[in-house]
Design a protein around this ligand. Structure first.
Ligand code: CO
Length: 136
């Protein structure tokens, strides 16, 4: 694996959270993107490695709304970049990692991603991202 790509933080009020990260922490807001298939809006801070993504539900039927209901706001996932996603998935599966996806799926910004269940990595949901995919 190539290393950290981004961390995603679940927030209930995206505009308020953007104000905090931009105006209080002074981070650069790169873009705000809506992902209708996931029913979320995502605010991306910074460019390239080490981005912070704030993820917020767009309605009560969003999976992220249910996640906030269950566990509250906070760290949602850590994304690691991999050079060959299908190969990384096959390797992890062979080593017993609890993958949540059978095959790569579209993520934010046109990326190709797959997820590993938190029970397989010390309570943290891990996203794997195909290197070079997407616009971020
Ligand atoms: Co992500």
């Amino acid at each position: 694996m190539n290393g950290l790509d981004h961390v995603a933080i679940l927030v209930s009020d995206l505009d308020a959270a953007v104000k905090l990260y931009r105006d209080v922490y002074g981070l650069e807001l790169a873009e705000i993107e809506e992902v209708p298939t996931e029913k979320v809006r995502v605010a991306i801070f910074g460019h390239g490695t080490g981005r912070i993504e704030l993820v917020s539900p767009t309605g009560p039927d969003s999976p992220m709304a249910k996640a906030i209901e269950k566990r509250g706001e906070g760290l949602h996932h850590v994304c690691l970049e991999v050079p060959d996603l299908p190969k990384a998935m096959a390797d992890l599966k062979a080593k017993g990692a609890p993958l949540l996806d059978e095959k790569p799926r579209p993520g934010a910004g046109g990326t190709q991603v797959a997820f590993v269940h938190p029970k397989g990595s010390n309570g943290v949901l891990v996203e794997l991202k195909q290197a070079g995919s997407g616009s971020h």
